[in-house]
Design a protein around this ligand. Sequence first.
Ligand SMILES: Nc1ncnc2c1ncn2[C@@H]1O[C@H](COP(=O)(O)OP(=O)(O)OP(=O)(O)O)[C@@H](O)[C@H]1O
Ligand SMILES: [Mg+2]
Length: 289
Amino acid sequence: MSESKIELKGLSQSYYVRSKETHKAEEFVALKDFSLSVGDGEFLSIVGPSGCGKSTLLDIVSGLTKPKDGEIIIDGHKVTGPALDRGFIMQGYALFPWRTVRRNVEYGLEVKRVPKKRRREISDQFIELVGLKDFEDRYPNELSGGMRQRVAIARSLAYDPQVLLMDEPFAAVDAQTRETLQDELLRIWQATKKTVVFVTHSIEEAVLLADRVVIMSASPGGIKQILPIQLPRPRTASDMRLSADFSWISNRIWKLLQNSSETLEESAEAASPASIKDVASQISESAQL
Ligand SMILES: Nc1ncnc2c1ncn2[C@@H]1O[C@H](COP(=O)(O)OP(=O)(O)OP(=O)(O)O)[C@@H](O)[C@H]1O
Ligand SMILES: [Mg+2]
């Protein structure tokens, strides 16, 4: 892998919640000692049970919230707050309600002082990409949930950040749009070589997109395992549906999330095709427990 773009060092986060018994505030550790390095141009997916700290982690990497402990280094510089080198697509649609679709998409370009004519060209391009042509003048409250999420995606892509942090960006869109957006994201990523950290509840989506999948465990949130995904690229959602290796890896992740005691080697024996065994041995060699 190329040199590291993002270094996460010992990140921890706690929240104070009211105890059910004593009604006093007590510390809840949402993330504990999370360390990881993400390569320049790498596509990293993160999966894990609900509440394991995925959004907490992305909030910290975005710079919007400060960790209790640890630090984030991007391109050798410590992150101290949000900046335009990172695009953050949050869970839920954080759009500006007072701005139209077009002006939401142009927001980062305005901050970057891109001239109006160029802004218009870029916003046209990304509004079309996410299938919202003819909705440019609508306000967020006049759109469906999936449409709002697509505006958020267009807004983040439009100002061309080097790092994209995506928290379940396709969760609210229909299956067909989701596949289009997955393929488009892969195409954009391959063309621009952005570094992407992508949180999803869909194991298949994680495998389709990623170079590595981080499997998180809960209470406290941490890394359970990291699996490299050595499926050939370019990948498309429809090709992957037909791939035995793809299904095999996805099943492995299902089992790992369920805390299966079965080892990777054992299941490689059970699944006989040679190519699958290759993938299995690559995984067992580089998986970190
Ligand atoms: N502001 C907060 N105050 C108190 N607890 C919080 C707060 N935000 C998150 N938590 C708790 O921290 C834990 C991690 O939350 P987080 O939103 O990071 O999970 P997640 O992995 O993104 O879950 P999901 O998959 O459901 O989006 C959860 O147990 C949650 O209840
Ligand atoms: Mg979340």
